[in-house]
Design a protein around this ligand. Structure first.
Ligand code: HEC
Length: 133
C-alpha cells in the first residue's frame, strides 16, 4: 500500500511538474507513472490469480490484450457459464464496473469478490491493463 501511495504521489507530482510537456502534447511520462502505480495495484490485488506472463492462463485467464477483448473469449480457458454467456466487451468503463464490484457486474462469475472503489486506484489499474499488449 505504501508503494501504491508513493507511486500515486509520483503520478500526481509528475502531472504537475510536466505541465509544460503536456502543453506540448508530450504526455507519455504521465501515462508511464499511471502504469507504474497500476502495476502495484495489480501485483497486490490481481496477480495471485492472473499471471503477468503474456500467454499464460493461471487460476484466472490471461489479461493480455484485455482492453477491447470480448468477455470469456480465450479459447484455452475454462470460464464460468456466466462469463461465457455474457454479452460484454471489456471497455474501460466495463472494466471499471468489474473491478469496483465484479459479482454485481456479472452475477454468477467464478472470480472471487473484488471491490476497488477508489477512483484513482481504478485509473491506475486500468492504465496498467491498457499497457498489457
Ligand atoms: C482469487 C483469484 C482472482 C483474483 C484475485 C482476481 N481474479 Fe480476475 N478472474 C479470476 C477468475 C477465476 C476469472 C474467470 C471468471 C469466470 O469465468 O467467471 C477471472 C476473470 C477476469 C476477467 C475477465 C477475463 C476474460 O477473459 O473475459 C478480468 C477482466 C479480470 N478477471 C480482471 C481482474 C483484475 C483486474 C483483478 C485485480 C483487481 C482480478 N481479476 C483479480 C480470478 C481472479
Amino acid at each position: 500500500m505504501k508503494n501504491l501511495i508513493s507511486a500515486g504521489l509520483a503520478a500526481i507530482s509528475l502531472s504537475v511538474l510536466s505541465f509544460a510537456e503536456v502543453a506540448a502534447g508530450n504526455t507519455p511520462t504521465i501515462e508511464d507513472a499511471m502504469i507504474a502505480a497500476g502495476r502495484d495495484v495489480f501485483e497486490y490485488r490481481c496477480q495471485a490469480c492472473h499471471s503477468a506472463d503474456p500467454a499464460k492462463n493461471a487460476f484466472g485467464p490471461s489479461l493480455i490484450g484485455i482492453v477491447g477483448r470480448e468477455a470469456g473469449s480465450l479459447p484455452r480457458y475454462a470460464y464460468s457459464r456466466a462469463m461465457m454467456k455474457a454479452d460484454v466487451v471489456w471497455t474501460e468503463d466495463n472494466l471499471r464496473g468489474w473491478i469496483s464490484n465484479n459479482e454485481k457486474f456479472m452475477p454468477g462469475t467464478r472470480m472471487r469478490h473484488v471491490a476497488i472503489t477508489d477512483a484513482a486506484e481504478q485509473d491506475f489499474l486500468i492504465a496498467f491493463l491498457r499497457s498489457l499488449k
